[in-house]
Design a protein around this ligand. Structure first.
Ligand code: PGA
Length: 250
């Protein structure tokens, strides 16, 4: 019922030339994919990426967006600016933003609202740190992050939102949550959406797993009933690897 969505998160990687090279390789490899395919790229690659995937089944995403319309926010990018470049998805609240750039549950919510107001589809990241996991706080943290991110978000917008569950300790570390663990934790997030909105809303919203997902573990993760896709960092930087995650059943 929920169409799988596999999104690459390039982070701070790839120049313009590298963007073209990677995407020229990727386009034919994923052209008949069943899953929805998204690439979230650095601002400087947006134009080139949009050019390279024009007319293909790959959707374009950015890695962040500011909440203001415009103004004195040096170094920031507005939703309008992204929209104008053909951006469709935008990652919001990635743990690296929370950890290194002072992102909070409140700023995540502000960014989500701005994105939706401009017709961008947020990929909202939530996830616990190792300390929080070891301290038995997984549920508390995820319920809080989810509840805050969705504050004042209308039920009608849920179709345009994707959630990414990314345990911070699994990002870029080679450590993956077990498929069962990821599944059960995503169920907590889905349960939170059910409480905030409705059961049907929770059944419909797509929730990805992210954190060292790769061609080797994608099939097992994607077989879990709660997992609707992946947010892929490292493995999205190689066309073949990413295409194998996208076609996890092949
Ligand atoms: P990773 O990153 O796949 O390299 O662990 C995932 C992410 O941070 O989105």
């Amino acid at each position: 019922m929920r169409r799988p969505i596999i999104a690459g998160n390039w982070k701070m990687n790839n120049t313009k030339a590298q963007t073209y090279a990677l995407l020229n390789d990727l386009v034919p490899l994923v052209k008949d994919a069943e899953a929805e395919v998204v690439i979230c790229v650095p601002y400087t690659s947006i134009w080139a990426a949009g050019d390279a995937i024009k007319g293909t089944n790959i959707h374009l995403g950015a890695e962040n967006v500011h909440w203001a319309e415009k103004g004195a926010f040096t170094g920031e990018i507005s939703a309008d600016m992204l929209k104008e470049q053909g951006v469709e998805y935008v990652i919001i609240g990635h743990s690296e933003r929370r950890q290194y750039f002072g992102e909070t549950d409140q700023t995540v919510n502000m960014r989500v609202k701005a994105a939706l107001a401009h017709g961008l589809k947020p990929i909202i990241c939530v996830g616990e740190t190792l300390e929080e996991r070891e301290g038995g706080k997984v549920e508390e943290v995820l319920v809080r992050q989810t509840t805050e991110a969705f504050k004042e978000i209308d039920k009608d917008e849920l179709d345009n939102i994707v959630i990414a569950y990314e345990p911070v300790w699994a990002i870029g570390t080679g450590k993956t949550a077990t498929a069962q663990d990821a599944n059960d934790t995503i169920a907590i997030i889905r349960g939170t959406i059910a409480k905030l909105y409705c059961e049907k809303c929770a059944d419909k919203i797509r929730i990805q797993y992210g954190g060292s997902m790769n061609p080797k573990n994608a099939k097992e993760l994607m077989a879990m009933p709660q997992i609707d896709g992946g947010l892929i960092g490292g493995a999205s930087l190689k066309a073949v690897d990413f295409s194998q995650v996208v076609k996890y059943n092949a």
